[in-house]
Ligand binder design. Structure first.
Ligand SMILES: [Zn+2]
Length: 105
């Protein structure tokens, strides 16, 4: 993919902004112990789960950029075959081809 770096850097920027936003929201913690099932606490927990997911995505994107530098980008980490172009367009930071990704699920 020709514009992989551009795409990855854009994704990284968006993911980092999302992460910062979630961190900010996580600073405001609902008062635990007061009523289980409080919507504020549920929202807080959702944000926490989301934060972990976005943090993982940031790591994946950084890894993909490193692989780009090493000339390994677009190669499946598991089987060493090229990752499908269409898959990279949808998930520019993926490290697995669709076959291997399915096997890991
Ligand atoms: Zn593979």
């Amino acid at each position: 993919m020709k514009n992989a770096r551009q795409l990855l850097e854009k994704e990284l920027k968006a993911a980092l902004a999302e992460l910062a936003d979630l961190e900010k929201r996580l600073e405001v913690k609902g008062d635990y112990g007061l009523g289980i099932g409080d919507p504020n606490i549920i929202q807080w927990e959702l944000n926490l789960a989301l934060r972990d997911r976005v943090a993982r995505k940031v790591e994946d994107i950084k890894k993909a950029l490193e692989r780009l530098d090493k000339g390994e980008y677009g190669v499946c980490e598991a089987c060493g075959k090229p990752i499908e172009e269409g898959r990279l367009e949808l998930l520019p930071y993926t490290t697995l081809c669709s076959k291997c990704a399915q096997l890991r699920r």
